[in-house]
Write a protein that binds this ligand. Structure first.
Ligand SMILES: *Cc1c(COP(=O)(O)O)cnc(C)c1O
Length: 369
């Protein structure tokens, strides 16, 4: 039985008719950029998150770097971010010539809020809270630190569409919050898409203007901006999917309940579940000392797995110029050796998941490492 790490076709099939009807509707409308689908999606998504404004953008990376731009964070400024973040988080900072300051993760694989304060300097301008794998960062501590040191908070919710911290939705804590709708994300488009949400009208207006060549009115350009528009087709399809987001998230909870309850192999440790946070389970991450062997073993049964992420930003070629050698962030580096994301997708069958669980429970590492 071949099981992909992620199988987007399954989720598509659940509501195929509605996506196809919406796609035809947009195609036949004759209006493809900056129309009713986009403004309706922005209204519906900000209402879903519980924030005042949403501005659709072309990708999650654009949301990040444009957010820092709107906050006037650039050369000479420092932004605190977890060392095990996705590389886009770091690029969102460095595209603006600001410097990332890395903090190790806690046992939930999110930024260790207790380690933030010691990294604050007089150059620190913001904390980027990345809610990795679907679980929230400790937003109580992060917002408290930000308040005491007068720092901005940007949330990266690219993996946490609908996650709640103490009952409040992720994306409503920060000054600006960034979303990706890359196809694999909790709310995934059928191509690239992203957005920011904020309660601040000034930021929303700036970003809305910035994304369209710096113009509010056609051919009246107030500033040098970007082309980062969310097109009508993607916005329309996202509107269809948004109606099912809670149901998709609930299904992911049911899938992971099975993993949590039925994996009994002592060499496999599921990621710790953080109290006060719900989890939308963008990934189901386990830690295993024999990770590479486990991955190969599962592959021999045609079970797909992914490492999120095998090379951490500070060790990537892109950031060699930051000068971090091996051992700079030991927890982050150790995690990169041990983490593995198991198959999880909407529409996975019970039989498929049972097969994965059986194989996981039967795994015995050959070598004592
Ligand atoms: C996917 C992702 C991004 C980037 O989003 P794109 O739409 O691919 O540009 C940023 N941050 C995190 C945490 C992500 O998972």
């Amino acid at each position: 039985m071949k099981i992909l790490a992620n199988n987007l076709k399954r989720q598509y099939d659940l509501h195929a008719f509605e996506y196809e009807a919406k796609a035809l509707e947009v195609l036949r409308s004759g209006w493809y950029i900056m129309g009713n689908e986009l403004s309706s999606f922005e209204n519906e998504f900000s209402a879903y998150i519980g924030s005042e404004y949403c501005v659709g953008l072309a990708s999650g990376l654009d949301a990040l770097w444009i957010a820092f731009k709107a906050l006037h964070i650039g050369k000479g400024d420092e932004v605190i971010v977890c060392a095990n973040a996705y590389i886009a988080c770091v690029m969102g900072i460095t595209i603006n010539d600001a410097a990332p300051v890395f903090v190790e993760p806690d046992i939930y694989d999110n930024i260790d809020a207790d380690a933030i304060e010691s990294k604050i300097t007089h150059h620190t301008k913001a904390i980027l809270a990345v809610h990795l794998y679907g679980q929230s960062c400790d937003m109580t501590k992060i917002m408290d630190i930000a308040k005491r040191y007068n720092l901005k908070v940007v949330e990266d919710c690219a993996q946490s569409h609908g996650t709640k911290w103490n009952g409040k939705t992720c994306g409503t804590f920060g000054d600006i919050s960034c979303f990706s709708f890359y196809p694999t994300k909790g709310l995934g488009a059928f191509g690239d898409a992203g957005a920011i949400v904020t309660d601040n009208k000034e930021y929303a207006d700036y970003i809305r203007t910035y994304r369209n060549y710096g113009s509010e009115k056609h051919y009246h350009n107030k500033m040098v901006g970007a082309n980062s528009r969310l097109d009508e087709l993607q916005a329309g399809l996202l509107r269809v999917k948004l109606q099912y987001l809670d149901a998709f998230n609930d299904e992911r909870v049911r899938i992971t309940d099975r993993y949590n309850n039925e994996i009994h192999n002592p060499c496999i440790r599921p990621l710790a579940t953080r109290p006060c946070s719900t989890n939308t389970w963008h990934q189901y991450v386990i830690h295993c000392t024999y990770r590479d062997e486990l991955m190969e073993y599962l592959a021999s049964y045609e079970i797909g797995t992914i490492i999120h992420y095998p090379i951490q930003p500070h060790q990537s070629e892109a950031y060699a110029y930051l000068g971090y050698g091996e051992g700079s962030f030991p927890i982050t580096e150790k995690n990169a050796q041990q983490i593995l994301s198991l198959p999880i997708y909407n529409g996975i069958t019970e039989k498929e998941q049972s097969f994965v669980i059986d194989k996981l429970n039967a795994f015995q590492p050959k070598e004592i490492h």
